[in-house]
Design a binder for this molecule. Structure first.
Ligand code: UDP
Ligand code: GLC
Ligand code: MN
Length: 343
């Protein structure tokens, strides 16, 4: 009997999420296999880090609902690609699996989920009679996969992504068998807890899985380990109440990134110079530790630090890239508020 956690990545940004997820599962001492479905070809260094984290990397072909109209209802045009997730049902060399979105983070062992039956999932915060497909227990089966594909062709998904389709397929989830309703702590939507802060205060310590649902992901923010604070993201995200309640979770995500993921990108000696490997930033702003003395190299947040300091001091300033004013200001803010209360 082989059981596994399964996630999906189709680009470098979600790959960072998957690395944090995989490491968080290992930090919580899971005894299950870890599998990542690869919807693209990562660069060698990233692939190596994925291989160190996951037991199996399985290449899958991209599947897109192509349903721009329904995806527009969620304002998430990029989620048509989540149809690729459905290929998790083809992993028939496993008897049971738990699918987890690459934007989830495990903070406590959840191996007890494997005692649940297909399809077990937690309610969706937007519509609690539906389940959220960021975390679900399923049983791989080519028969089920075939039926899901048929449904995809005949009716499509009412939200343009996997969640609409899976809720149509497992449509009795809300009415039969309460044991298939996972407690919310197994898939806690981090960005929506501000709407019920008293519950977060009462139950927050019981949270096992944090889900960074929505378009703002932890890798869009920067983190400073010096003052243990989170910066950046879009201004609408940082100004809102949401940010204040989500921040501690983003911080936790970054701590796992810095402590467990970054060391996977080891120093390599090439000829006489020491080069470092770094997580490809794929253009998205992403930060390791501000002012870090750790491995050299830019993680894309652009705060001048050892790897670029020489260039900077020679007067070679990248005004529109790493050294842009916004990044310098962010660095100064971090220093100014180091021992104070940023808010
Ligand atoms: N995903 C991906 N590439 C994309 C979009 C999504 O690999 O461009 C995968 C990834 O595993 C992600 C999941 O599909 O966690 C669902 O997307 P997301 O988590 O962004 O949806 P949300 O939970 O925010 O609705
Ligand atoms: C959701 C879920 C996500 C799913 C997406 C598309 O909000 O959190 O897992 O992929 O919708 O259906
Ligand atoms: Mn998600």
């Amino acid at each position: 009997m082989t059981e596994a956690y399964v996630t999906l990545i189709t680009n470098d940004s979600y790959a960072k999420g998957a690395l944090v997820l995989g490491q968080s599962l290992r930090n919580c001492a899971t005894t299950k296999k870890l599998v990542v479905l690869l919807g693209y070809k990562p660069e060698p260094q990233l692939r190596e880090a994925l291989q160190k984290t996951f037991d199996e990397l399985i290449e899958v072909s991209l599947m897109d609902s192509g349903d721009a109209t329904r995806l527009a209802l969620m304002a998430r045009p990029e989620l048509g690609i989540t149809f690729t997730k459905l290929q998790c049902w083809t992993l028939t060399h496993y008897t049971k699996c738990v699918f987890m979105d690459a934007d989830t983070l495990v903070v406590e062992n959840i191996d007890d989920l494997f005692a649940r039956e297909e399809l077990s999932a937690a309610p969706d915060v937007g519509w609690p009679d539906m389940f959220n497909t960021g975390v679900f227990v399923f049983k791989p089966s080519m028969e089920t996969y075939g039926k899901l594909m048929e449904l995809a062709k005949s009716e499509g998904s009412f939200d343009g992504g996997d969640q609409g389709l899976l809720n149509s397929y497992f449509s009795d989830w809300s009415t039969t068998d309460i044991s298939r309703h996972l407690p919310f702590v197994y898939n806690m939507a981090a960005n929506l807890t501000y709407s019920y802060l008293p519950a977060l205060l009462k139950f927050g310590t019981q949270v096992k899985v944090v889900h960074f649902l929505g378009s703002s992901k932890p890798w869009h923010f920067s983190y400073s380990s010096e003052n243990d604070n989170v910066y950046g993201g879009s201004s609408s995200a940082t100004d809102s109440n949401m940010f204040h309640t989500t921040k501690p979770f983003i911080r936790t995500w970054w701590k796992v990134f810095n402590h467990s993921v970054q060391p996977l990108f080891t120093q390599e000696t090439v000829g006489e110079t020491t080069q470092s490997t770094s997580v490809p930033s794929s253009g998205a702003p992403i930060s390791s530790e501000t002012g870090s003395t750790g491995p050299k190299g830019s993680f894309g947040d652009g705060v001048p630090r050892p790897a670029t300091q020489d260039q900077w001091e020679r007067g070679e300033v990248n005004y529109t890239g790493d050294d842009r004013f916004q990044n310098i200001q962010r660095h100064l803010d971090a220093m100014i508020y180091k021992n104070g209360n940023f808010y």
